[in-house]
Design a protein around this ligand. Sequence first.
Ligand code: OSB
Ligand code: MG
Length: 371
Amino acid sequence: MELTKVILYHVVVKLREVFETSFGKTIDRHCVIVKVEDAYGEAGWGEAPVDDAPLYSYETVDTTLYVYKEFFTPVLSKDRVVESPRDIQSKLSIFRGYRMAKAGLEFALWDLYSRRLGKPLYKVLGGIRDRVEPGISIGVIGDLSALIKAVDKYLERGYRRVKVKAKPGWDLEPVKAIRKTFGEIPLMIDANASYTINYASVFKELDKYELLMIEQPLNYDDLYEHSVLQSMIRTPICLDESIKSLSDALTGARIGSMKVINVKPARVGGLHEAKLINDYMKDLGIPIWIGGMLETGIGRGFQVAAATLNNVRYPNDISESSRYYEEELVEPPWTLNSDGTITAPSKPGIGVDVIEERVIKYSKKITEFKL
Ligand code: OSB
Ligand code: MG
């Protein structure tokens, strides 16, 4: 592929409902949509799910615009040819970190690459299924009857696993209430790094409720204390924030920090790294599933493709479009089949059409780089 242009759209889309985690409330979701164009005038689209503040990760919209302007696009200008999306990580590897920013570009290249091959992305990536399992991630609601109503609505809709956001003071009560009302449904919590090891007694108590897993209980960078906590409880620990690369996954596996990984392809720098984690963890007996960051329909295409990989063994944080936003940036929107699955599209690339007018309509700022 000979690249000629990279365009960044700072998009802001309004969620239908406030999404609260231990680190804050989101109603306006900020991200950077990436469009690449090649010498044939063809385009590929990607999404860097960075936010406007460094709450989940240190990356933000502004750091993303900055690294593209100062570092990424000058490298691409010098050498505009990219053989495969697998090469872009090594091309940019002199620059440390900024994995979500890099992933936005890598995704756009995967879309373009598989469109040019005339094949659906999930097949080019080596996926083994054409339907993926959605799970729902429910924010901190803070009111038990409202939480029960929300769980009921999503189970009714067909979601195959319920994840509830937790934080100190909002943990045992919601779990007990859900178990009492819905029995043995596949249930888990996600603490988004809001506890310390001093809360071990809370996790020992939670251990009685047969949770599918507990996601990222301790510090966002930690591997060691998670290994200590994992040795104290039966419930599998699943890491999200702590796993930023294959190297982190290998270390975590070696020291027993987790039994499951939530792989967000954007967090680890793209689909190539996500596939490596899939493959290595399969050999080590650590299953994965695909997480999300409230992506628009563009980012969801890459989550769906990743969820077709062979070591994905739990439902994913991939929901239908109408759950997140009033208006989707792609057509058709992502929807659930009657059996509660989502189909990996058979059309080339991410398999849905990006509606450029809508991307522009929701853009606060558009930055164009001619290579
Ligand atoms: O920790 O998995 C997380 C959303 C934003 C930031 C972090 C997380 C989440 C979610 C939502 O849990 C997953 C989704 O439906 O996109
Ligand atoms: Mg998480």
